[in-house]
Design a protein around this ligand. Structure first.
Ligand code: SF4
Length: 292
């Protein structure tokens, strides 16, 4: 059977995927807001262990159409290892349509375009990339390890390799002080990347992280639902992308929005304008529904 090690995280859209831990933890593990892998050191798992799990899934789960490779930045593992793993998956699951993975900017920097193209041909067609912010100031505060221009450069490598990107922006990441800059610079970076998928999450301080301490000391201020709606409005209005599917359906969001950009951009901005004009009628999700 599959022996999951420690906490396992996956994007909301991978809810019905088979999750395999190709690696454990995150090789970077320094982002100030992230507690996901503080409990486990990074390592690449053995192909023999993964083969045994794939064999168990083939025997017990029947048809598998989607696989998500965890943990935090599994793309950082050697391309030869990932290629062999993808070949095992393709031969075990004839109905397999998609394999996806979290890709940190650091992992995208080390993988060459040729390697990413080879892995795409072997089935790895979608990367989840946490852009978090396009602002250099905010990215530095978050200790993301890259600025906005480097984020664009590494993301475009994936595009050059023919890989789809699902990108995330963290609303509220710039605190109150940098909210506008965060919204506008994030739009600039997203515009340059033109990802296939874009989603927003709400920055929520988690105990045990440096961000939590900053929030407690008052150095970082959590935005109110109205301030978050205003920030999202500024961000969405500044977007200039084509064919990007937008969602704010992660549990952390106060407002659930969805649409394809640029087609639905006006409608989405107008719905936020209505929220801002009359906050008392806004369909904010209560805290218990946000799973926090
Ligand atoms: S790269 Fe991703 S998984 Fe790793 S510490 Fe940063 S946010 Fe967490």
């Amino acid at each position: 059977m599959i022996q999951y090690q420690g906490s396992v995280y996956r994007p909301p859209s991978e809810a019905d995927s088979l999750i395999l831990q190709a690696t454990l933890g995150c090789s970077y593990n320094r982002c100030t807001f992230c507690s996901m892998y503080l409990d486990k050191p990074f390592r690449v798992r053995s192909l023999d262990d993964l083969r045994a799990e794939i064999e168990w899934a083939r025997t017990n789960l029947g048809s598998v159409r989607k696989v998500f490779l965890a943990d935090g930045d599994a793309l950082v593992a050697k391309a030869s290892f990932l290629e062999e793993l993808l070949q095992e998956l393709a031969s075990a699951f004839p109905e397999l349509r998609r394999v996806s993975i979290y890709a940190s900017p650091q992992a995208l920097a080390v993988r060459s375009v040729a390697e990413m193209a080879r892995l795409r041909e072997a089935g790895l067609t979608l990367y989840y990339l946490g852009i978090e912010s396009g602002s250099d100031v905010v990215l530095a505060d978050l200790k993301k390890g890259v600025g906005g221009d480097e984020m664009i450069r590494v993301a475009l490598k994936a595009h050059e390799a023919g890989v789809k990107l699902s990108t995330m922006i963290l609303l509220g990441a710039g605190s109150r002080q940098n909210s506008k800059e965060h919204a506008l610079d994030s739009a600039r970076v997203v515009n340059a990347i033109n990802p296939r998928f874009l989603s927003t999450l709400v920055m929520t301080p988690v105990e045990g992280t440096p961000l939590f301490e900053s929030a407690r000391s008052g150095a970082w201020e959590e935005l109110t639902p109205i301030e978050l709606a205003a920030e999202l409005r500024t961000f969405l209005a500044a977007l200039d992308v084509k064919g990007t599917i937008f969602r704010s359906n992660h549990a952390s969001n106060y407002l659930t929005l969805a649409g394809t950009l640029a087609k639905d951009q006006e409608r989405l901005v107008a719905s936020l304008d209505r929220v801002l004009a009359d906050p008392s009628a806004a369909p904010f999700r209560p805290r218990w529904l946000r799973g926090l």
